[in-house]
Write a protein that binds this ligand. Structure first.
Ligand code: DGL
Length: 269
């Protein structure tokens, strides 16, 4: 596999751009091929079987783009379908759960960690398992926060509406005495300032997106696969309107988005 091959990034829609933003910051020389399944987002409310079927299609698409490494940026896919992705894309890959879990265990002194994510991610208990595989004494308290996804996409990341939603979603976790909160969904980094305000200064916030990007950089360097070019390029594939992806996505990426192509994913068995 050549160093100049692109990194593939897969997400259910636009949220994975928070991971791309971190990848671009840490590894500006890398080419990136992003796939957002915008026609079928959100994945977080669907059954594991359906998410796994979609994940197989996305993985096959990216495999055929000649990628050297695959980042499963979607927490929901990482939680319920990482093995299915690996089955259909035979390049080294990383999901967002393990890097977030490692950072959470390292940061917690109280031994009580809160995790927020989609219904599918929380129900899967993937973060509980990943954290307890590292340290079985850590108590993990999860809560699904489905309203945060549309709030982030609408750009309602500050003010009364997200604050009230955050207070309601987080009150149970606060009562457990957590000292670490894991943002277990691609969209939640946009709400980070609000979540930090509601949790207070004694709670560390772990952003799975930036933890994952660091792991990708370290792995590529270790395997001699990093691209030292001056400036990489990014291309984007979506399954629904490129215009909508561009307007909302630029807020997530904090960069202009060009080169957006609409594609149809092929069914795979
Ligand atoms: N990308 C999803 C995740 O990180 C959030 C949006 C969705 O539900 O598809 O879980």
């Amino acid at each position: 596999m050549s160093n100049s091959a692109p990194i593939g990034v897969f997400d259910s829609g636009i949220g994975g751009l928070t991971v791309v933003s971190e990848l671009m910051r840490l590894m500006p020389g890398e080419d990136i091929v992003y796939l957002g399944d915008t026609a079928r987002v959100p994945y977080g409310v669907r059954s594991p079987d359906t998410v796994r079927r979609y994940a197989a299609e996305g993985a096959s698409f990216l495999r055929d783009r000649g990628i050297k490494f695959l980042v499963v940026a979607c927490n929901t896919v990482s939680a319920v379908g990482l093995d299915e992705v690996a089955r259909h894309c035979d390049v080294p890959l990383v999901g967002v759960i393990e890097p977030g879990a490692r950072a959470a265990v390292a940061a917690s002194k109280a031994g009580h960690v809160g995790v927020i994510g989609t219904e599918a991610t929380i129900t899967s208990r993937a973060y509980v398992k990943a954290i307890n595989d590292i340290d079985s004494s850590v108590k993990v308290h999860g809560n699904a926060c489905p309203l945060f996804v549309p709030l982030a996409e609408e750009g309602w990341t500050e003010g009364e509406v997200p604050r009230l939603a955050a207070e309601r979603y987080l009150e149970g976790l606060k009562a457990h005495g957590i000292d670490v909160l894991v943002l277990g969904c691609t969209h939640y980094p946009l709400l980070r300032p609000m979540l930090a305000l509601v949790m207070g200064k004694d709670t560390s916030i772990i952003d799975s997106a930036s933890e994952t990007a660091r792991e990708v950089r370290d792995t590529l360097e270790k395997d001699g696969l990093a691209n030292e070019a001056e400036q990489g390029r990014a291309s984007f594939f979506v399954t629904d309107s490129p215009e909508k992806f561009q307007s909302v996505g630029e807020r997530f990426l904090k960069h202009n988005i060009k080169d957006i192509n609409k594609v149809v994913l092929k069914e795979v068995c």
